[in-house]
Unconditional design. Structure first.
Length: 263
């Protein structure tokens, strides 16, 4: 990986501290270490690899990142403004990745809470990890995983029918460094907006969701399964679902989209 080919393309403050690793356990873990060592000075630091041996996704699931075929990138953040907007950071991540992918000609939409989808299949995922001291965030890590060069044979059977990559969608091989820089540049304004004006970030994402208003959903949450119709995304990034018992505001879960008229 050519670090200079990334830094020479950076346009903002993200990536002024930039670590590029040929292989890493998890970029989120390394970004967390930077926060622990440097504190606030680590804000905007970026850690990148294309091969993660212990990458993780939401709900503790494994996230595969194979050398040369994946981008695994984490941004260390130290918000100055308390907790405002933090729940919208994963959406900011998804919007940034979506923009970088759209710039490569890959048409993408968002699936709640923060999956980036191409042709109905997942092409990228976002994992926000935070640590608090009382109510105050002690640094956050926004992790982004993007499938770049995988072919169908590269995905394990359990995600073979639900995952895709840039190469599968466009037939193209993206240049790793240029794409990494494009993601870093795209993330910064969305992250800033999430922290300063989360409501406006949610509004700007309104046209990008895969869910249509009124479409039936099944959401698996820690409280159990909730079924209802999609209404909208709330100001804090929550999923608003109309159920038989009223409006449910769901802040974490996995969505399955059901067909109209039953399953
Ligand atoms: C998901 O479950 O959809 C989220 C996947 C997030 C994966 C990324 S890859 C970079 C960063 N490091 C990790 O260990 N996970 C995130």
């Amino acid at each position: 990986m050519n670090r200079d080919a990334i830094t020479s393309r950076l346009t903002g403050k993200f990536g002024r501290i930039l670590e590029c690793h040929a292989e890493l356990g998890s970029t989120n873990d390394r970004a967390r270490e930077l926060l622990e060592t440097l504190g606030e000075k680590a804000s905007g630091a970026v850690v990148i690899t294309s091969r993660q041996t212990e990458g993780r996704g939401r709900h503790g699931r494994a996230w595969l990142a194979e050398s040369g075929k994946s981008l695994a990138l984490s941004v260390a953040l130290w918000p100055q403004l308390g907790t405002k907007g933090i729940t919208c950071l994963p959406l900011a991540g998804a919007l940034g990745v979506r923009k970088a992918l759209m710039d490569e000609g890959v048409e993408c939409r968002l699936k709640w809470p923060n999956d980036v989808m191409a042709n109905g299949r997942k092409i990228a995922g976002i994992l926000l990890e935070s640590r608090f001291s009382g109510d105050l965030p002690q640094g956050l890590v926004l992790g982004v995983g993007v499938n770049l060069g995988q072919g169908p044979g590269d995905f394990p059977p359990e995600i073979l029918n639900t995952a895709t990559s840039v190469t599968m969608e466009s037939g193209l091989c993206v240049e790793f460094e240029a794409f990494a820089a494009s993601v870093i540049n795209a993330l910064e304004p969305f992250v800033t907006e999430a922290l300063l004006a989360p409501g406006s970030l949610v509004d700007s994402a309104a046209g990008f969701w895969i869910h249509e208003r009124g479409s039936p959903l099944r959401v698996t949450t820690a409280r159990g399964i909730i079924e209802g119709r999609f209404i909208s995304i709330g100001e804090g990034g929550e999923l608003l679902v109309e159920t038989g018992g009223g409006l449910e505001k769901i802040s974490a879960g996995d969505v399955a989209m059901l067909r109209y008229g039953g399953q």
